[in-house]
Ligand binder design. Sequence first.
Ligand code: SF4
Ligand code: F3S
Length: 104
Amino acid sequence: TYVVTENCIKCKYTDCVEVCPVDCFYEGENFLVIHPDECIDCGVCEPECPAEAIKPDTEPGLEKWLAINADFAVKWPNITQKRDALADAKEWDGKPGKESLLSP
Ligand code: SF4
Ligand code: F3S
């Protein structure tokens, strides 16, 4: 599966959702997740994210983010259409330490 990681937080560009062939993105207030059981590993969303927040779970060190994606995917509503990015997305893009700002 692919996973959405920290740099999506407070950016939420949403370019990713429109390309997913199985519509497996779920939306929180300031973050998106991929449902790990629905993702078919096609990889087309990865280059679409301006924040480079989408990664294959085969990359090392992503266990925590995989768990976060799995957790929220069953709590948040599905999203399939692009929205405006969050207002200050550009300022937050690339900032470290955003994990604690994730709105559940
Ligand atoms: Fe959707 Fe493919 Fe991205 Fe998985 S890898 S979330 S199936 S676009
Ligand atoms: Fe987030 Fe990137 Fe999608 S910032 S909403 S994973 S395009």
